[in-house]
Design a protein around this ligand. Sequence first.
Ligand code: GLN
Length: 489
Amino acid sequence: MSIQTGFTVRQCLDALQNGQVTSVQLVQAYLDRITTLEPQVQAFITLIAEQALTLAQAADTLRTDTKDTQSLPPLLGLPIAIKDVLTLANVRCTCGSRILVDFVPPHTATAVQRLVDAGVIIIGKTNMDEFAMGSSTENSAFHTTHNPWDLTRVPGGSSGGSAAAVAARFIPAALGSDTGGSVRQPASFCGISGLKPTYGRISRYGLVAYGSSLDTVGAFAQTVEDISLFFPHMAGLDEHDATSMDVPVPSVQLDGNTSLNGLRVGVPNEYFIEGMQPAVEKAVREAIAHLEKLGAQIVPVSLPHTKYALPVYYLIAPAEASANLARYEGVRFGYSADASNLLEMFKQSRGTGFGSEVKRRIMLGTYALSAGYYDAYYGQAQKVRTLIKRDFENAFRNVDVIATPVAPSTAFRIGEHSNDPLAMYLEDVFTLPINLAGVPALALPCGFDEEQLPIGMQLIGPHFKEDLLFRVGHAYQLTTEWHKQAPEL
Ligand code: GLN
């Protein structure tokens, strides 16, 4: 019997169910691979190997002791990793920040708890840009994660650790968070599949807040089908998050049907812009042509306010962040500086606890919210946000899904954008509008550039239509091989 760390979620679940592997063997195989290759990739902040093995043992015992296999938790024994912005009780949660380096939360995020209830085993917490602010993981207070396809390049961000871990086959699936692209862009850079759900679909309880009106809990795996297998278990109303919605979560049954007959796919001109990498445009246009071959009808659509999404996002997200991050003052959470008086203590705790990008966002946000500027900046941004949202509502009157690139380029070199925040922010031009509109989107591999770096396509759907995105993405993956390529490490 061989244990394959290259297993998809589907293969892991099948192997566990038919007795080909035990959960202990599976967890151990992943931990062994991590031990060997983590020094090159550096995807994790915290590994909880012993706890994972103990829980895997319990899962195996439950499976052997249960006669009625139908009654077993559906994901029993499946190992996953979670981004270090989601809480797991009694395991430190750093958010990639020095200010939370010793913070051990007493609670578990709802999305994580629901997966644990469904049987998953958490093996560790992955690296990220500090407080999810960034597109490369270079803003982590601890270390930069390396892209498994080319170790001199970034894995994307801010959920770069989760994406790199799945791409490196350290784990079959991982959770991330997506406020402006932090699941989709790293999924694209690492050649894997990633879901940003509808805002309100998955509880944000236990997801440490960045921009509360934009934050979502997202997921990574090798395939779209894999994500569809565990997504329903995380979703749904939660009394701990007032913005979570009571919309039924369809249980997604994907089959071998690859026909997209009758599907209308919108292609917005605004997402093919001057300056984008030609190989990205080519691969995405070919992917769209492939959808047409499967029976879809391609329809040009317009999202005319797209060009305002970047400035709008960089007002709203920092404004919300400046309010959310006010709680780290050195008293109730995390790092507390040793100072002679209270004001000094606040200043020093925040001054040394936060990294420079976080400070930049706090200053931007505080300015945008300050008296005399509020209407001109934050107020205006909210109005334009409504226009962006309407663009999508109008487009979805004519089409079922919208197909675009995920990012204008493939993975850039570590350090390439370090001194140019604007270049870094531009990485998210195609992903930010989706968060502003609150709609769901899927990133999936659709090619490689000249340097063998993965390219991603983005499929955007109307609110709460994740199941449609899964169906289209699955049909694409059943008839293409891009998602099967793995980096050599
Ligand atoms: N890169 C974007 C930012 O820095 C988005 C991050 C995210 O989605 N968390 O804000």
